[in-house]
Design a protein around this ligand. Structure first.
Ligand code: ASP
Ligand code: MG
Length: 404
């Protein structure tokens, strides 16, 4: 069976008119003799609205009911798609996570798909039907409805592709692919034709909003090729695949950035084992994600300074947690809520010397001060003053010839 998985995001099913277009896209694959499994998000805005409703009922809406509530948007969009296909003379039906079932594990609202039962769907495909599977949702071992994190339909699509051995997974969204940087910020941004899982994962984690990071990791582990396309216009999208499949002489694939960072510096913390752990423990317990961390080498062997970044929205809570933390002491705390992180990403930097120098030099030429630096094998990130962010992105985009 030539199975293909098509995923439609919220804006692609954002109105009944859009849903009619989606049905036509699905039919075009049926005509090419594919067996099509569709998974859809809720119509755009619906999930946000449900989240808002839960908050107006209670600030601590219980997780079990929260998942029942926020997963309901997908029921609506999937039935509308199936209904349209039926109207056009095609056999189709919707499937909620629990009906398949799609088994998940982990906490409510951030569960992960563990297993998808295949029998019913395969039978349906063989009978010529088009299953429309609700994205974002599943069911756990306690028989409760679960959700797999905001934007989770991407992960639903990847896992459907994995369990049904799809030959292809196409993610239909409102952008026509992955760009070298945000095209709304830098008009010279170019569409990327092929990108490796690793690069895409960095781009997504660092701010490119095309796909949910988890889902890219799942695709990487299962070696599933992903095609990102627009459901609004007919054009080639971006292929996300393994490094081996990519021939390209680009050292850097893209520049990404986040604007809502904050920086915290603790001056004069004790330089002894266990202190860094003691600083970060309460942040972890409060689900505050720490991003960049730098610690200076202690000059006197007793004290050191430690700097880290978090999302701006967590700054005041973080400050409070640090000040009331009895396990640590420091002389002074300095915070800055107006910083941004800009990163260059590319597997090419593993084998090409001088990338770090070129990045720093390009920023220096624009008089942009670097506050914090962090690197991984395929990424270099720097923290800069937020007012410099657009200048920094353009300088780097140009330096690494991404506009050609
Ligand atoms: N509807 C869910 C959300 O808005 C899942 C998704 O869009 O993929 O987060
Ligand atoms: Mg969405």
């Amino acid at each position: 069976m030539k199975i293909i998985v098509l995923k439609f995001g919220g804006t692609s099913v954002g109105s009944t008119d859009r849903i009619k277009k989606v049905a036509n896209i699905i039919i075009s694959f049926i005509k090419k003799k594919y067996k099509v499994i569709v998974t859809s998000s809720a119509m755009s805005g619906v999930t946000n609205d449900l989240v808002k409703k839960s908050k107006s009922i209670s600030n601590e809406f219980i997780p079990e009911e929260y998942d029942v509530l926020v997963s309901s948007g997908e029921q609506m969009s999937c039935s509308l798609i199936a209904g349209r296909l039926n109207h056009l003379g095609y056999k189709s039906r919707s499937w909620m996570g629990w009906q398949i079932p799609i088994l998940t594990e982990g906490r409510h609202s951030s569960s992960r798909i563990e297993k998808i039962y295949k029998k019913n769907i395969i039978k349906y495909l063989e009978s010529g039907g088009i299953p429309i599977v609700a994205g974002f949702q599943g069911i756990n071992s306690a028989n409760r409805i679960t959700t797999i994190g905001r934007g989770g339909t991407d992960a639903s699509a990847i896992m459907l592709s994995r369990f049904f051995n799809a030959i292809k997974c196409i993610i239909y969204t409102d952008v026509d692919g992955v760009y070298t940087t945000d095209p709304n910020t830098i008009t010279k941004a170019k569409k990327i034709k092929v990108i490796s899982y690793e690069e895409m994962l960095e781009m997504a984690s660092l701010g490119a909003k095309v796909m949910q990071p988890h889902s890219i990791q799942d695709a990487r582990l299962n070696r599933i090729d992903i095609d990102v396309r627009s459901s609004f216009k007919k054009s080639l999208g971006t292929l996300i695949t393994k490094r081996k499949n990519i021939v390209s002489n680009k050292i850097i694939r893209g520049v990404s950035f986040t604007k809502n960072d904050a920086k915290v510096t603790l001056i004069g913390v004790k330089d002894k084992p266990g202190i860094a752990a003691a600083i970060f423990e309460p942040l972890y317990k409060n689900s505050i994600n720490v991003d960049m961390v730098v610690q200076n080498i202690s000059s006197n062997g007793r004290e050191t300074d430690l700097t880290f970044t978090i999302k701006s929205e967590n700054l005041s809570k973080t400050e409070k947690l640090l000040k009331k933390n009895k396990k640590i002491s420091f002389r002074k705390i300095i915070v800055d809520n107006k910083v941004s992180k800009v990163s260059i990403i590319g597997v090419g930097m593993i084998t090409t010397p001088g990338v770090t120098y070129r990045m720093f030099n390009a920023l220096a030429k624009k008089n942009i001060n670097i506050i914090v630096i962090s690197t991984s094998e395929i990424k270099i990130s720097v923290l800069v003053n937020r007012k410099n962010i657009n200048k920094a992105i353009s300088a780097l985009h140009k330096e690494f010839k991404l506009e050609n």
